[in-house]
Write a new protein. Structure first.
Length: 157
């Protein structure tokens, strides 16, 4: 083991270990689960309201007869709407790309080491794994250091 491998990867054992944060799949399953629970609760509330007549009990409204056909229609409508929304949510998560975990980056040249141990320019690494695009400029400190006579940030006195 090289001394710098233990610094870059605290749990280095001869292989590169990637640290996993809660991944996109975990998050998407959780969001979809919450959506299913929410639509189920809405449908359950419709039936509880139909059977118990909540406006009559809580607000003193006129008692209404049980109308299971209306509740069934509302339940089916909400279930269809819920399926459409969950489908769109799933498609959004499938399209979504993002970087996660610990990235090993060179302290000097800023290249990033991938899970196979290969080093890549930061721009190409991020571009290959996300929808991000890069445009290059120069910061005031680098402009002063590299191009002192052409520095656009230099204040004219």
């Amino acid at each position: 083991m090289r001394w710098f491998d233990s610094i870059a990867n605290p749990r280095y054992n001869g292989e590169i270990i990637t640290m996993e944060a809660p991944g996109k799949q975990f998050v998407s399953k959780r969001v979809i689960t919450y959506e299913v629970i929410a639509f189920t609760l809405i449908i359950l509330f419709i039936w509880i309201d139909e059977v118990m007549d909540i406006p009559y009990l809580l607000l003193g409204a006129e008692k209404t007869p049980l109308n299971w056909r209306e509740s069934f229609f509302e339940s089916v409508s909400i279930a269809i709407l819920g399926a459409i929304i969950i489908s769109y949510t799933n498609k959004i998560f499938q399209r979504m790309k993002y970087l996660e975990g610990l990235l090993s980056i060179c302290a000097s040249c800023k290249k990033i080491r991938d899970e196979k141990g290969n080093w890549h320019q930061i721009e190409s690494y991020i571009h290959a794994r996300s929808e991000a695009r890069f445009s290059h400029g120069i910061c005031p400190d680098c402009a002063e250091k590299l191009y002192p006579e052409f520095n656009p940030y230099k204040k004219n006195k």
